[in-house]
Design a binder for this molecule. Structure first.
Ligand SMILES: [Zn+2]
Length: 109
């Protein structure tokens, strides 16, 4: 199953972001952590191994759409995981997640 996860991460790199926004380093599968995965959407944490810039990306499978927001540090990854575990994530809940992060000043918009 690990190999499957790696393929998935490679897919997200190809689909969402190949390079770090900040320093332009190429992402590798080791820089990604899949926070949540369900039939409708995925939430992926990107962390640049070079400059440590972090992003949270959501990928909506039915639309093939993705969006990505920067986060201040990678400390929040546990918090986001906790949040994601509270419910099966729906599109509404992804929006809630954005609002939650925004309200806590964890996302620079
Ligand atoms: Zn970087």
């Amino acid at each position: 199953m690990n190999n499957n996860k790696d393929n998935q991460k490679q897919f997200f790199i190809d689909t969402i972001a190949k390079f770090c926004d900040k320093c332009g380093s190429a992402y590798s599968i080791g820089d990604l952590e899949i926070i949540q995965e369900n039939p409708i959407s995925s939430i992926i944490h990107f962390s640049c191994s070079n400059c440590k810039a972090s992003h949270i990306a959501t990928f909506l499978k039915p639309m093939g759409m993705s969006s990505r927001v920067p986060v201040n540090t990678d400390l929040e990854i546990d918090e986001i995981k906790k949040f994601a575990k509270m419910n099966e994530t729906s599109t509404d809940e992804i929006l809630d997640l954005y609002l939650y992060l925004k309200d806590n000043n964890k996302v620079k918009v």
